[in-house]
Design a protein around this ligand. Structure first.
Ligand SMILES: Nc1ncnc2c1ncn2[C@@H]1O[C@H](COP(=O)(O)OP(=O)(O)OP(=O)(O)O)[C@@H](O)[C@H]1O
Ligand SMILES: [Zn+2]
Length: 729
């Protein structure tokens, strides 16, 4: 927009709406309204009003088709040019409507308005004519700390009328205060831990990147417990010292980890970061969104969706545990937060640090090719050493029938508990048993929606489908043959392993750590605090227990079924198993006492397990890379999936057939499908999948967009594009 345009000339605003529409709409800018690109506005849409963001401005009128005018300009911080560029880029990359991406950035409507206020009462110093004990109590409370009328009355133990009386008498003064207070400024000059030589070298490299400014991605590749957090905190401190307006985002894979990182931030910078994840309440969400949009919140820690927040001046992004599969969002807007973080870093000109002890092959290949810096930490911090890893061959040392812990593992557990140390038993299966079966007729209890086995949960007494959330009480009698008490639990989940551990060690305190047992972020925090305080002897946990935690007294990790991940069959199964085993073993011996990890397996000769025993990550990944390169799989080739679903199977099959015929194929692109996926039906909707495999230089996003534009989707059929899919179900 030129500075010297005639302010009375008619102007058109192109406004992007947070709706799944293919394009932005034009509106007339009413006379007297001054708009800029990025401004938040209210516009008419059909019979209602919608919020939108100005994507473009140009002189002109709608010609013979008069445009509806913009209704209102909102007084909210505008989206920056980089924010808008990031939304456009993401929409193009994901082959999605930009409005849907915009929607992902607007997860707090309250954040667009100024903070609501509350009235606080301050003492004026003037005494009321008549003093009573009740009035004195209120004045004392207000002198201690000004507060709302209700709060002062509560603290003084009197009725709210007393507060009002004091205000009327001039002894208290009412003052409005924003409910959403700004986040306090971090102090980057506090001392951190004394870094060891390896950490200091790594921190120096990162400080240099920050000092250079602009985009640069770096892999911070350090063994478990090497103190990667401490190193990236140094990079953050450097940035905060250099640039008084800079914002920093730290992405974490698990809400459970944000609590621990908050404590580390507090120690280092004297303040907690603004938090962003699915479990924060609407008030905190509104406060975080507004303060981030206004550029006042400088330290932000969040789960994957925090990549969509409207930062004003984002200068540094850290993706901690960058290999973690939870960064991939698999329904609704389908994205990988690590990939978007690198893209956003480029657009914003922000240094992007990817930290992990077990980097993804994608990231490692980028680092080896020199596209990312590669910074290594080879040793554990402090006096800790890496754990001894051994296998227990279940063919030689089988557990008793109906049990899951082998004699060598229970012997090691007994020794650990006797020394007053802690045990983590890892099994990536929630609930009590993965299958419930009728002994009389062999009937398997299955989810009515997906045909998958229902998982038994003993704590709640229910059978639950982990795919759809369907749940039912465990029946007394078999629904198939009617036999009573014939339903039997097959295989272990964490609840069952915990039951066995408790029976075997009746004096030990045993707890389960899974997304079911630890209800909400407070449940998780309490559980982590109890584990840190040594109030738990045996923790039986899923994935959630394997990541990032520091339990100083944990010295023995037992992996109940190290083979579980190897059978996954998807292209990342081996890599993921390796990562998980390294991470879970890495929880052992993180402080002064040495740790040990015992892996129960039927396949001790499997290359992922052999590499783990030898501590030879790189040759394992070299082999993995070679295999994928030969097959043209990521990161050496590109994949995209198209998942269609609908309740009318015949219409779905017909639509999929039409779609297949419409695909713009070339020599560089192969199309597989439509295929009936393992999850053939979900919630009454039938599903079909396509997989597109292309050479690395092919723009699969453009391919998918072109393809989608070439056929018409009946309104009852949904189609979801998944660029670089992780799930093939
Ligand atoms: N320089 C240091 N001196 C003493 N202790 C340190 C130092 N650096 C880190 N630590 C401690 O070592 C432990 C591990 O650090 P941190 O959690 O950052 O490791 P990490 O590399 O992120 O590990 P993982 O990848 O396994 O999660 C923490 O308890 C941390 O406080
Ligand atoms: Zn039966």
């Amino acid at each position: 927009m030129s500075a010297n345009r005639d302010p009375s000339a008619p102007q058109i605003a192109t406004v992007l709406l947070p709706l799944p529409l293919p394009e932005a709409f034009d509106y007339a800018v009413p006379e007297g309204m001054e708009l800029n690109e990025g401004d938040h506005v209210v516009v008419p849409l059909g019979k209602r009003l919608s919020h939108g963001v100005v994507w473009g401005l140009r002189d002109g009128t709608g010609g013979n088709r008069p445009l509806k005018p913009v209704s209102e300009r909102l007084d909210a911080p505008p989206f920056t040019a980089s924010m808008r560029a990031f939304i456009d880029w993401t929409a193009r990359y994901l082959a999605e409507n930009p409005g849907l991406v915009l929607q992902a950035t607007l997860r707090s409507r309250g954040g667009l308005s100024p903070s609501p206020t509350e009235t606080l009462y301050h003492p004026t110093g003037q005494m009321p004519d008549r003093m009573t004990p009740a009035r004195q109590a209120v004045l004392d409370a207000a002198t201690q700390e000004p507060a709302s009328g209700a709060e002062l009355a509560r603290r003084a133990g009197v009725s709210p009328g007393v507060v009002k009386g004091l205000a009327d008498a001039g002894a208290l003064r009412a003052e409005a205060r924003d409910i959403d207070q700004p986040f306090p400024e971090p102090d980057p000059y506090r001392d951190g831990l004394v870094l060891n030589d390896g950490q200091e070298a790594a921190a120096t490299q990162l400080r240099r990147l920050v000092a250079a400014g602009g985009f640069q991605a770096a892999l911070l590749d350090g063994v478990t417990g090497s103190g990667k957090t401490e190193v990236y905190l140094e990079a953050i401190a450097e940035l905060l010292r250099r640039e008084p307006d800079a914002q920093v985002l730290v992405l974490l894979p698990e809400i459970a980890l944000t609590q621990a990182v908050t404590a580390r931030f507090e120690e280092r910078f004297g303040v907690s970061p603004a938090l962003w994840h699915s479990a924060i309440g609407p008030t905190e969400r509104r406060r975080a969104w507004r303060e981030i949009a206004a550029g006042r919140a400088r330290l932000i820690a969040g789960a994957r969706s925090a990549i969509f927040l409207p930062y004003r001046n984002l200068r540094l992004i850290v993706v901690d545990e960058e290999h973690d599969p939870t960064y991939k969002q698999d329904d609704g807007l389908t994205y990988h937060a690590r990939d978007l973080a690198v893209a956003r870093g480029k657009i914003e000109g922000a240094v992007t640090i990817l930290a992990s002890a077990t980097p993804s092959l994608e990231t490692l290949v980028n680092a080896r090719a020199g596209r990312y810096g590669h910074i290594r930490l080879a040793a554990r911090a402090g006096s800790a050493v890496l754990p001894e890893i051994e296998t227990i061959d279940l063919r030689e040392h089988p557990p008793e029938p109906g049990h899951w812990l082998s004699p060598p593992l229970t012997a090691a557990m007994a020794g650990t508990i006797a020394r007053g140390e802690q045990v983590l038993l890892y099994l990536n299966r929630r609930g009590y048993a993965p299958l419930v079966l009728c002994r009389a007729c062999g009937h398997k209890m299955k989810s009515p929606d997906t045909d998958r086995w229902l998982v038994e949960h003993r704590y709640t007494g229910r059978l639950i489908c982990h795919t759809t959330g369907f749940s039912m009480p465990k029946p007394k009698a078999c629904p198939e043959c009617g036999a009573v008490d014939s339903l039997t639990s097959v295989g272990p989940g964490v609840e069952r392993v915990a039951e066995e551990a408790a029976l075997r060690f009746p004096e030990a305190r045993v707890e389960v750590f899974s997304s079911d047992s630890a209800a909400g972020p407070n449940g998780v925090r309490d559980l982590i605090a109890r584990m840190e305080a040594g109030e738990i002897d045996i923790l039986v946990g899923t994935q959630i227990a394997a990541k990032g935690h520091n339990f100083p007294r944990l010295t023995l990790v037992g992996v109940v079924d190290a083979d579980l991940g190897l059978k996954g069959g998807d292209l990342r199964a081996g890599e993921r198993t390796y990562q998980t085993l390294v991470q879970v073993a890495g929880r052992a011996g993180r402080a002064d006492r040495p740790g040990r990890a015992l892996l129960q397996t039927h396949e001790p000769e499997h290359e992922a397990i052999q590499a783990l025993l030898a501590g030879d990550r790189d040759s394992f990944l070299d082999l993995e890379a070679l295999m994928r390169e030969q097959l043209g799989l990521p990161p050496f080739g590109r994949l995209a999936a198209l998942v269609m679903s609908g309740s009318d199977e015949r219409l779905l099959v017909e639509t999929a057939r039409i779609a297949a015929a419409a695909a713009p194929l070339s020599d560089d692109v192969k199309l597989f499908g439509p295929a009936e996926p393992p999850l053939a039906v979900v919630r009454g909707r039938y599903r079909r999948r396509f997989l597109v495999q292309a050479q690395r230089n092919v723009d699969v996003s453009a391919f998918m967009a072109t393809w989608m534009a070439r056929f018409k989707l009946p309104s009852s059929i949904r189609a979801r594009v998944d660029i670089e899919p992780y799930s093939f179900l």
